[in-house]
Design a protein around this ligand. Structure first.
Ligand SMILES: [Zn+2]
Length: 474
């Protein structure tokens, strides 16, 4: 009806629809940019730089947990190497980090069939009192099963969480399983448990256990928390299946020291006519204390550093500034990410895109985004250059990564090359996260994807508008 009575209005609506559609279809990049990006892709595939950086960081620094001497050595390593590689504006941004020290962890089955278990304390666990503790074990699968129990069944006991993590390419198995590590100790303590033991949040059947941050709540006194390896979890369950009471002993000497100083390390490849705008490439410099962290996250440090370094040699030059940020203390509270995002709205407004590498050494199998609708044609063009590397195009609702999460929540657009996590959780947060797990070809493929994406975003003529901030409290 409206069409008949007001034809001009219908015409206008049609015209604006057509204009919007053509804006979406418009190619934001010149052919020369795409040709240069293909050249960059090939250079990345044959560059040894990323692997050399992983080898250097794991060999010369090794474990670099927040607040430790290794953490300080890693900051020195990063500044030295970024300067050596010719980056501009290499600098430290001071970050205050918590300082937890693991000490010794011993876990044994005392009854009915005494055996020592392979265990590690969860990050942030309190220590036991001197001499340790011993108590009967009650098995639950997950937080839901724990909540269903009467407090009297839990009080005075050690709660054992038996849920096993699923192996997945997109890390969703980790997201599901990690809940018991993060929230299990507080939930069990609230019901009167004296300690928590979890099946390792990992996919390896080797006798290694995974650490990772746990947390407590102010209203309930904390209790010690450890993870045991998958074979040790099987052993414990077999003893529980005997129907006889199973008692465990735990001794942990972990403690919390006063906060320490660390730093985000920042370096840039300056842009040309749009140098005020920043394309951020992030990874985290710290690792857990028990591991050299080759995959987590020396690989990410290497991917973003090598990608930026390769872009610096390109013609035409990036118009926007490529900024590498190596974040402090991702593992134990995201201290570096929070400090970085607290720079003030003017500084945050300069960030037109953020990308993060923190899921191992590749290969990249999909590229996702969280950008304004008018930026989607650019994402599609980026994808067209990396598609021959076996990369699929994903959706526009990516979470991005832990360290760029605060920026994403402030509305900064995110591009997210998804690293293949199928085997990542075999070694993640364990003593086995070592250099031999890095496949140089997969690493180079990942560098190629990050480099192409950052370069084309830094070349694109169109503005890269922010999104609405996310209410992270919901
Ligand atoms: Zn990590």
């Amino acid at each position: 009806m409206t069409v008949h009575t007001r034809p001009w209005r219908a015409c206008l609506a049609l015209l604006s629809t057509l204009l919007a559609a053509s804006a979406l279809d418009a190619a934001p990049l010149e052919r020369a940019d795409l040709a240069a990006a293909r050249e960059l892709r090939q250079r990345a595939l044959s560059s040894p730089l990323a692997y050399d950086l992983v080898r250097s960081l794991t060999t010369e620094v090794g474990p670099r947990f927040a607040g430790s001497p290794g953490d300080a050595a890693a900051v020195e390593w990063a500044v030295r190497n970024l300067e050596r590689l010719g980056f501009s504006n290499v600098r430290r941004m001071d970050v205050t980090v918590p300082h937890w020290v693991r000490g010794r962890t011993e876990v044994s089955i005392v009854e009915p069939f005494p055996q020592k278990l392979v265990a590690v304390a969860l990050g942030g666990s309190i220590g036991t009192e001197e001499g340790g503790l011993a108590a009967e074990v009650i098995q639950v699968r997950d937080l839901e099963e724990l909540q269903a129990l009467d407090d009297s069944a839990v009080a005075g006991r050690i709660v054992y969480f038996s849920q096993r993590m699923d192996r997945t390419r997109d890390a969703s198995g980790y997201g599901r399983a990690v809940q018991v590590r993060a929230r299990g100790p507080a939930a069990a303590a609230a019901k009167g448990a004296v300690a928590v033991v979890i099946r390792t949040i990992g996919t390896s059947n080797n006798r290694i256990a995974h650490t990772g941050a746990t947390g407590y709540v102010d209203s309930v006194p904390p209790i010690p928390a450890v993870a045991i390896s998958n074979p040790d979890a099987d052993l414990l369950e077999n003893q529980l299946a005997s129907g006889r009471p199973v008692r465990l002993s735990l001794e942990i000497t972990a403690r919390e020291l006063p906060p320490a100083r660390s730093a985000n390390v920042i370096a840039e490849i300056p842009g040309t006519d749009r140098s005020d705008e920043i394309v951020l490439l992030g990874a985290h410099l710290d690792s857990w204390d028990i591991t050299p962290g080759a995959l987590d996250d020396a690989a990410g440090v290497a991917i973003v550093t090598a990608a930026a370094r390769l872009i610096a040699d390109m013609e035409p030059k990036p118009r926007r500034t490529i900024r590498v940020v190596l974040f402090a203390n991702e593992e134990f509270g995201l201290s570096g990410a929070r400090t970085y995002a607290a720079q003030g709205s003017q500084e945050i407004a300069r960030h037109v895109l953020a990308m993060e590498a923190d899921l191992g050494a590749g290969p990249v199998w999909m590229i996702e985004s969280r950008v304004a609708p008018e930026t989607l044609p650019l994402v599609r063009q980026i994808h067209s250059v990396v598609e021959p590397l076996g990369v699929a195009l994903g959706g526009n609702e990516t979470s991005g990564g832990a360290d760029i999460g605060p920026l994403r929540n402030l509305g900064v657009p995110v591009l997210s090359p998804q690293l293949d996590a199928t085997n990542y959780f075999d070694v993640h947060h364990t003593v086995n996260d070592t250099l031999d797990k890095v496949n140089p070809e997969h690493l180079s493929q990942s560098v190629a994807v990050f480099a192409v994406a950052a370069y084309l975003a830094a070349r694109a003529d169109a503005p890269l508008p922010h999104l609405h901030p996310v209410d992270a409290t919901r």
